[in-house]
Design a protein around this ligand. Structure first.
Ligand code: ADP
Length: 454
């Protein structure tokens, strides 16, 4: 057991919304300098607890030391950039055709924001779900995943309280396994919650967006990905292999951006697949507390079973396991599968685990066709030594994020992060999040007497 955590109910969500709504008038009027100060302090406090929190990430979510350190590196930067964004909501003065009228567009915070975060990159994704909403002057109710109530939730209560965030501005509702729905329902249905943001599976996001639609409530949705990594014939072979292994297997493939479909041009395919298979087979599987472990445990036994089921089903319909293909204790071995039928679940559906499919294509047009043959559209990568060729192809990939000569797993706090198609809508990141978590208002001042027709 890692910890005992409160099993919050719908009534607790209601209380959290009460507190957030009561805190909104004060917080929304707080000077930008004060919001900035709190976020800068939160970044420092987080850094001062680095080793402890990396430990929490390992124990709560099976996160390897490397990915824990990556998360701990990312979030202070996210907070420091958020601190700067306190000054970003500037308005406009717009020429009015009404004589004597002075017209402005000004941004205002929206009110209470509901944030629903997942467990997989618990620290980053929960931090992202609260940072922009708070710094733009909204109050927040955060519902972390039941798999990461501390490193994806309660940790922010401790850090922001110490940083001086006033009471009621950030509220966190944890819950028992399987009890997310009542809290989510309350966030969707209470009219005081003006916006939602959700990071998680496409199935849950779709249900949430349907329900939010009935209440005419906007939701930022960051959902799954079935992300392609294209390896072109002119790629540097060693670099391509390192990129593919990192993209597919970081955090044992439990990242929405993970490279799940590796698509390689035929002329380089044999050498690339051979080298990638050897590298994959050599990745250390085991205890995430050991510093050199690359592949830690999957989040829970159900995830392990699901990954095994998908791999077995693909094999039963003709696929071939190049390496891996089975569990080792609570871990799934890093796995490459070729000859995967196009209609199999492994090809079509996001499989949250260390499994990538490998596919050989004749040319770059076929690579683009295959890359786009998915209902998802989050992240993608094109490995090539020719930046012009890569840039030309990038515009043909249906994804919110394309990295040329890199793999898909990459994020920086200031970038417009989000997907197209079933990967969601809206953007986290930098000032792009301003469109999501502020409301544009049109205000006019009539400096005289305008004529009226009657
Ligand atoms: P995953 O399978 O990756 O955990 P989920 O979409 O189930 O993805 O989880 C993402 C977040 O959504 C978690 O915080 C989870 O508790 C929450 N969640 C799950 N079901 C619901 C629901 N019915 N309403 C609101 N949130 C939910």
């Amino acid at each position: 057991m890692v910890a005992r955590v409160a099993a919050g109910s719908r009534a607790d969500a209601q209380q959290a919304i009460d507190a957030a709504a009561a805190a909104f008038p004060g917080w929304s009027q707080t000077p930008a300098a004060e919001r900035q100060r709190i976020f800068l302090k939160a970044a420092d406090l987080l850094e001062s607890r680095r080793d402890e929190i990396v430990g929490w990430l390992a124990r709560e979510t099976g996160c390897s030391f490397g990915f824990g350190m990556f998360q701990m590196g990312f979030v202070p930067g996210l907070f420091r950039q958020a601190a700067g964004a306190a000054y970003a909501p500037i308005g406009q003065i717009i020429p009015s055709d009404m004589p004597g009228a002075f017209a402005m567009a000004v941004r205002r915070p929206v009110g209470v924001v509901g944030a629903i975060a997942p467990w997989n990159a618990a620290l980053i994704l929960s931090a992202r779900s609260i940072a922009a909403p708070l710094v733009f002057g909204n109050t927040v109710v955060l519902k972390p995943s039941e798999e990461s109530p501390f490193s994806g939730g309660l940790v922010w209560g401790e850090i922001f309280a110490e940083a001086g965030l006033p009471d009621g501005v950030l509220n966190i509702v944890t819950h028992a396994p399987g009890e997310a729905a009542p809290i989510g329902d309350e966030l969707v249905q209470d009219p005081r919650v003006r916006r939602l943001n959700f990071t998680g599976s496409t199935a849950t996001g779709r249900r949430l967006a349907e329900a939010a639609g009935r209440h005419l409530k906007r939701v930022v949705l960051e959902l799954g990905g079935q992300n392609p990594l294209i390896v072109l014939s002119d790629a540097d072979l060693e670099y391509a292999v390192d990129a593919a292994a990192f993209g597919a297997f970081l955090h044992q493939g439990q990242i929405c951006m993970s490279a799940r479909r590796i698509i390689v041009e035929r002329s380089i395919a044999d050498a690339f697949i051979d080298a990638l298979t050897r590298k994959t087979a050599g990745l250390k599987v085991g205890d995430p507390k050991e510093l050199d472990t690359i592949i830690g445990p999957l989040i829970n036994p159900a995830a392990l079973e699901m990954v095994q089921r998908r791999v077995d089903a693909a094999v039963a319909s003709g696929a071939r396991v190049l390496t891996g293909g089975a569990a080792t204790g609570p871990c799934f071995q890093p796995t490459l599968v070729s000859n995967v039928p196009a209609d199999s679940d492994l090809d079509r559906m996001e499989t949250f685990g260390p499994v990538a499919t490998v596919e050989v294509v004749d040319n770059e047009d076929d690579a683009v066709t295959r890359a786009n043959a998915t209902s998802y559209g989050l992240a993608s990568g094109i490995i090539t030594s020719d930046p012009d060729r890569g840039t030309a192809l990038a515009s043909r990939i249906d994804a919110g994020i394309v990295h040329v000569n890199d793999q898909p797993v990459h994020d920086e706090p200031q970038m417009p992060f989000g997907g197209v198609k079933d990967s969601g809508w809206g953007r986290f990141g930098g000032t792009f999040a301003m469109d999501e978590f502020t409301e544009m208002r049109w205000i006019t001042v009539q400096r005289g007497r305008r004529p009226f027709p009657f």
